[in-house]
Design a protein around this ligand. Structure first.
Ligand code: ADP
Ligand code: ADP
Ligand code: MG
Length: 462
C-alpha cells in the first residue's frame, strides 16, 4: 500500500531530512513534537504537527502510546522512526504494525535478531561473516567473563548487547580490572537501554571503523558501498567519509558481499548498516554490529551513489520492490561529512545550548548542510547536541578536503559554541590529509595537539 500520510516520530535534522524525501514523493508530512520543540524547524516545515508530551524524551519521543495516539488522531498511515529514540525498538515496530500502520523499517523480528549485538554476531557467523573473537552470546557472570578474557588475551572490550551511541562499552586492560569494568558497563546499559546484558570481544587496537550501507525489500538486497567512520570521540562518530580510502578493490568487494549475504540471510527490509572493524596490516575485516535504521552519516553514501536512501526506504515500506539492481549502484568521487555539534571543545566538549543569533550557511557546488537550525532558534539543552551535518562531495578525496575547508570557512553560527573550529583544524592535520588514522587517533590527537588554549583562540578569532 503506497504511503500517503507519514508521521515522523523523531526530531532535529533527521526529521527535516525525512520530510524532504516525503514531500518529493507527494506524501503529507505529520511531525510529532515535545513541548520543548514547538518552535523547531521540523515543526515549521511540516504539513501538520502534533504535540506528544513534555520535554522529557521518556514522556514524548520514547513514549510508544503517545506516538501511536498521535498517528491515530492525525490519520497517519505510516511512521518513520528516524535514528535514535524508538528506531531500533522491536516492541515499537510490532506495535505500529499491530495498529494497522506501516513501520518504515525492518520487521520487529529482524530488529530483535540484528539489533541485539550478541545475537547479531551469531547471525553473522552462520553465514560465514568474520566477527571479532569474543563470547558466544551474552556472558553470565564474572567467572565466565574471566575465563573467556584469559583465552582471548587482554585487553578485552565489554559491550552491552542492547548498546548504541557508544554507551555501555568498557575496556579492561587486565584481569584485575575486569570486575569493575563489567559492573560499570552493566550499570550504564541498564540506565540507557533497560537491559544490562553484556558480551565480550577482543580489543582490536588501531583498527579502522568501516561500515556497509545496504538496502533490502525483504526478498532482494543490495549494497551502496562503504563509509569510513574512524574519527570518533568516546566511540561516537565525529567525521565520516565515503568511500573508505584504504580499501583495495578486492577487499571492498569481499566486504560489501559479506554485508549483502548477511542482509539476505535475515530477509532484510529497508535501509540498514553493517559495521565492521578493519585491520589495515592484515587487510581483514570483522563484523561488529548492525544498525537496523537510517544512520546519521547516510548522506555521504547518497553523495557518492546519487541514491536518495530515505526516499528508497519510504518507497520500500510502501510495498515497492527495490528499484535498483546491484549493477545500477555506481561509486563516484569522494564525500566527507562533519558533525557540527553545540559543544565547547575547550571545555571537554560540554554541551553549549542557547539562542542562535546569526546563521550563515555554506553553499556552492557539491556542498550540503543538513541542519535543524534557523536564525533565532534556541538550541534546546534536553536532547543530543547535533546541530547539523556539513557534507561535501568532489571528484577525489583531496579535492573534497579542500572543498570542506572552503565550506567550513563560510559556515557562521553565532550565539552558541560549536565543533566547527575542531573540523577546521582537522582539515589541516597531516594525518587527515594522508588518511592515516584509526578509531583512537582523534582522542590521542585531541590530548596532544588540541590544547584547550588553542581551541579557545580558534573560537575567539571567528
Ligand atoms: P549512527 O550509528 O547513526 O552513525 P551514532 O553512532 O553517532 O549514529 O549514534 C547512534 C545512535 O545513538 C543514534 O541513533 C543517535 O541518535 C544516538 N546517539 C548519538 N549520540 C548520542 C548521545 N550523546 N547520547 C545519546 N544518544 C546518542
Ligand atoms: P555502538 O552500538 O555503541 O555504536 P559499536 O559496537 O558499534 O557500538 O562500537 C562503537 C565503537 O567502539 C566502534 O566504532 C569502535 O571504534 C569501537 N569498538 C567496538 N568494538 C571494538 C573492539 N572489539 N575493539 C576495539 N574497538 C572497538
Ligand atoms: Mg556502532
Amino acid at each position: 500500500m503506497p504511503i500517503s500520510r507519514l508521521l515522523i516520530a523523531n526530531r532535529g535534522e533527521i526529521a527535516v531530512r525525512i520530510q524532504r524525501a516525503a514531500r518529493e514523493l507527494g506524501i503529507t508530512t505529520i511531525q510529532v513534537y515535545s513541548a520543548a520543540d514547538a518552535e523547531s524547524l521540523a515543526v515549521r516545515m511540516a504539513d501538520e504537527a502534533i504535540n506528544i508530551g513534555p520535554f522529557q524524551a521518556a514522556k514524548s519521543y520514547l513514549n510508544i502510546e503517545a506516538v501511536l495516539a498521535a498517528a491515530k488522531a492525525t490519520g497517519a498511515d505510516a511512521i518513520h522512526p528516524g535514528y535514535g529514540f524508538l528506531s531500533e525498538n522491536p516492541v515499537f515496530a510490532d506495535a505500529v504494525e499491530a495498529a494497522g500502520l506501516i513501520f518504515v523499517g525492518p520487521k520487529g523480528e529482524t530488529i530483535r535478531t540484528m539489533g541485539d549485538k550478541a545475537a547479531a554476531r551469531g547471525a553473522a557467523q552462520r553465514v560465514g561473516v568474520p566477527v571479532v573473537p569474543g563470547s558466544e552470546g551474552r556472558v553470565a557472570d564474572l567467572d565466565e567473563a574471566r575465563r573467556l578474557a584469559e583465552k582471548l588475551g587482554f585487553p578485552v572490550m565489554i559491550k552491552a548487547s542492547a548498546g548504541g551511541g557508544g554507551r555501555g562499552i568498557r575496556v579492561a586492560e587486565t584481569a584485575e580490572a575486569l570486575g569493575a569494568a563489567l559492573d560499570q558497563a552493566a550499570a550504564e546499559a541498564t540506565a540507557a537501554f533497560g537491559d544490562g546484558g553484556l558480551y565480550l570481544e577482543k580489543f582490536i587496537g588501531n583498527a579502522r571503523h568501516i561500515e556497509v550501507q545496504i538496502l533490502g525489500d525483504g526478498v532482494n538486497a543490495i549494497h551502496c558501498y562503504e563509509r569510513e567512520c574512524s574519527l570518533q570521540r568516546r566511540r561516537q562518530k565525529v567525521w565520516e567519509e565515503a568511500p573508505a580510502a584504504v580499501l583495495s578493490l578486492d577487499v571492498r568487494e569481499a566486504l560489501c558481499a559479506s554485508a549483502v549475504a548477511l542482509a539476505k540471510s535475515v530477509s532484510y527490509r529497508g535501509a540498514g548498516t553493517l559495521e565492521y572493524l578493519y585491520d589495515e596490516k592484515s587487510q581483514s575485516f570483522y563484523f561488529i554490529e548492525m544498525n537496523t535504521r537510517i544512520q546519521v552519516e547516510h548522506p555521504v553514501t547518497e553523495m557518492i551513489t546519487g541514491i536518495d536512501l530515505v526516499r528508497e526506504m519510504i518507497s520500500i515500506a510502501g510495498g515497492e520492490p527495490l528499484r535498483y539492481q546491484q549493477s545500477d549502484v555506481r561509486l563516484s568521487g569522494h564525500a566527507i561529512e562533519v558533525r557540527i555539534n553545540a559543544e565547547d571543545g575547550s571545555h571537554d566538549f560540554r554541551p553549549s545550548p542557547g539562542k542562535v543569533t546569526a546563521l550563515q550557511v555554506p553553499g556552492g557546488m557539491g556542498t550540503r548542510f543538513d541542519t535543524l537550525l534557523y536564525a533565532g532558534y534556541a538550541v534546546s539543552p534536553f536532547y543530543d547536541s547535533l546541530l547539523g551535518k556539513l557534507i561535501v562531495w568532489d571528484t577525489s578525496r583531496e579535492m573534497a578536503l579542500r572543498r570542506l575547508g572552503r565550506a567550513l570557512g563560510e559556515l557562521k553560527i553565532e550565539g552558541v559554541i560549536t565543533t566547527a573550529p575542531l573540523h577546521q583544524r582537522l582539515v589541516e592535520a597531516p594525518e587527515i590529509r594522508a588518511g592515516a588514522f584509526h578509531t583512537r587517533w582523534l582522542e590521542q590527537w585531541l590530548t596532544t595537539k588540541m590544547k584547550p588554549q588553542d581551541a579557545m583562540m580558534e573560537q575567539s578569532s571567528r
